[in-house]
Design a protein around this ligand. Structure first.
Ligand code: MRU
Length: 385
């Protein structure tokens, strides 16, 4: 084929022909490096579920509020709209909101005409994006990374700074997918062939760059040729499990059964669940895990029934600045998410409601934490990363 597309010329030159075949040049001596580069490119090309991407100066997000009924994308042109989309959960899931925020900084920078304007736009964007949601540390991690890269690029000229920031945001996305695939590979080694895995919320492609953490482990098992079944908890009140996890797994042809959150204990008591795998929004230094409300309940139940409870998360979810989970800010969302269902009132007028969106599972209940670096198990006083 004459028409070839060149990807990442500064790493290894990889060419994708129109028929999808891959060739490469400029081989580095280390063949393992080449293999990793190819794998990374192939997984980018094959990103079938794209929760977020940057295109023509916009952040394009798949509107997760409409799934599974409709697949519609929203084009966001400034950081304020990106922050609102994160708050309103158009895009959600810890790594995905970090990537989206980084792209929000990059598209805002594209508007700058001179150095002064660039400084204002980037700083304001960072400040507004970092406050969009409090619990997932990936958001702060990504925004601070963009800020640091900007500080390093300052003075190189507006055009170059724009290029550097856009490149960094895309790199955060690509690295997230690569980390997820590693999590999947490590996690698959823990799950026996024939297992039934229970998961909560959506820690899949939609919640990340496009592969998943908890669902990355499940995808890793499938890629390793293991036959597994999944119980997806519906995840009240926002139904990330019912709407998003089931949608993703059905698309992949993975055997998934939807259960209501409160069925977990019964199914565990009957020996129908082999292990639990969930994602995380923030992991403290000792291994306490903040994740979607209900996760702690599942961990207590798993502990009572002697069932392994695994947490899968990239290192961008680790917050080593806080010693334990008591310091993790827990988002409280609108009462209407509980008193109403899709705009329809389900509780009597005047009902008081509490809607903490996350809870904290103490490290003692966590069998292992799977990151891209490997499988961590607790020591006497907690986890050591
Ligand atoms: O409120 P959400 O939908 O953003 O919460 C998402 C979760 O709790 C996920 O389990 C977590 O972010 C891990 S995603 C890989």
């Amino acid at each position: 084929m004459d028409e070839k597309r060149r990807l990442h010329p500064e790493e290894v030159s990889i060419f994708v022909d129109e028929d999808g075949s891959i060739t490469f040049s400029d081989l580095p001596a280390d063949l393992a490096e080449v293999a990793r580069a190819i794998e990374k490119e192939v997984c980018m090309i094959k990103r079938e579920i794209e929760p977020v991407r940057m295109e023509d100066g916009c952040v394009v997000v798949l509107d997760q509020r409409l799934l599974p009924e409709r697949e519609e994308h929203v084009r966001l042109t400034n950081a304020e709209d990106v922050a609102k989309a994160i708050k309103d959960m158009v895009v959600r899931g810890a790594p995905a909101i970090g990537i989206t925020a980084a792209m929000g900084v990059a598209v805002e920078a594209l508007k700058a005409k001179d150095d002064n304007e660039m400084e204002k736009l980037v700083m304001n964007a960072c400040e507004c994006l970092i406050r969009a949601r409090p619990t997932a540390v990936n958001l702060r991690w990504a925004v601070e990374r963009m800020k640091k890269v900007y500080e390093g690029a300052k003075g190189m000229g507006v055009a170059r700074v724009k290029e550097i920031l856009s490149r960094e945001a895309n790199l955060i996305l690509e690295e997230d997918i690569a980390m997820n695939r590693e999590i999947g590979r490590h996690g698959a080694s823990l799950i026996p062939d024939g297992a039934t895995v229970m998961t909560h919320c959506n820690a899949g492609a939609l919640a990340t760059g496009g592969y998943g953490t908890a669902l990355g482990v499940i995808r890793g098992c499938m890629e390793a040729g293991k036959k597994i079944k999944v119980f997806a908890c519906e995840t009240r009140p926002y139904l990330q499990g019912a709407r998003l996890t089931v949608w993703e797994l059905l698309r992949d042809g993975i055997d998934v059964t939807l259960i209501c959150d409160s069925a977990a204990g019964y199914l565990m008591s009957r020996g129908e669940i082999s292990c639990v795998v969930v994602g995380a929004d923030r992991i403290a230094r000792n291994g306490d895990v903040a994740n979607k409300i209900g996760t702690y309940t599942h961990a207590v139940l798993a502990h009572t029934h002697g069932i392994p409870f695994y947490v899968a998360a990239p290192s961008s979810t680790l917050d080593l600045t806080i010693e334990d989970g008591s310091k993790i800010p827990i988002e409280e969302r609108a009462e209407e998410e509980i008193t109403h269902f899709r705009g329809q009132k389900v509780a009597p007028e005047g009902t008081k409601a509490r809607n903490p969106a996350f809870d904290v599972t103490p490290w003692q209940l966590v069998t292992a934490i799977i990151t891209e670096k490997g499988v961590f198990r607790p020591k006497e006083g907690g986890f050591e990363f």
